[in-house]
Design a protein around this ligand. Structure first.
Ligand code: 5RP
Length: 223
């Protein structure tokens, strides 16, 4: 079992019968969906799921999980998702999978948000390995990019996977991937949020309750 599988399996221990569970997006979250589906079938659990992206929604439905639409719920019990970067202080960067709006809705509304990942996700400072994704409304992209560029070092529209057009989120928006030099992450997050045309960004602060990180056969827990 590799580290992503180990940590996805560990997250299964936090499932309780009767829960509404938020499913994340990405390779680690996919493994969790598969483990969850197996557990629900084996133990005939009454679990309902919502998903942070169309991709994980389809995976959940195909694996037989009982899916409810996000617009039918006001809160969820548990959200399990991967991340691109995590600090020991539980600052989290997400968004390589485009769906910042749904991911942040689930993180914010969940009674418990658990981030799962391998040790490559641990960083001393958010933005160390990846640019910060910012979802923007398409009509504002030039204006938003210009305004963000005033506070960032580098900011580019994200191309799609084929590299022949721009990436489009589930809500029909573009994503800017931006690099910042900053001292105060919370201040940076609120500065980004205030820029007109910005829908959401990938900095998740004060939302994560626990990070499970697989490291050489051990599961490190940060809370
Ligand atoms: C998607 C995310 C993912 O959780 C993040 O990119 C991690 O993916 P993976 O588990 O494949 O490394 O934030 O927006």
């Amino acid at each position: 079992m590799n580290e992503k599988e180990q940590v996805a399996k560990e997250a299964i221990n936090y499932i309780k019968d009767g829960m509404i569970i938020g499913l994340g997006t990405g390779s680690t979250a996919n493994l969790f969906i598969d483990f969850l589906s197996a557990k629900v079938k084996q133990e005939s659990l009454n679990i309902k799921v919502v998903a942070s992206s169309t991709v994980s929604q389809i995976r959940a439905i195909n694996s037989g999980l009982s899916y409810i639409s996000l617009d039918q719920i006001e809160s969820i019990d548990l959200y399990i998702d991967g991340a691109d970067e995590v600090t020991k202080e539980l600052e989290v960067l997400k968004g390589r999978g485009y769906d910042l709006v749904r991911e942040k809705l689930l993180a914010k509304t969940s009674k418990q948000f658990i981030v799962i990942g391998d040790k490559s996700k641990m960083v001393a400072k958010i933005g160390e390995k990846f640019p910060i994704p910012i979802e923007i409304t398409p009509i504002a992209w030039k204006i938003a990019k210009k305004l963000i560029t005033e506070i960032s070092q580098k900011c580019d529209l994200r191309p799609n996977a084929a590299g022949d057009a721009y990436a489009i989120t589930s809500y029909g928006n573009y994503v800017l991937d931006c690099e910042f030099k900053y001292d105060d992450l919370s201040k940076l997050a609120s500065e980004i949020s205030q820029i007109p045309g910005v829908i959401e960004h990938g900095i998740f602060l004060d939302m994560t309750h626990l990070a499970l990180i697989a490291d050489q056969g051990n599961i490190m827990k940060y809370s």
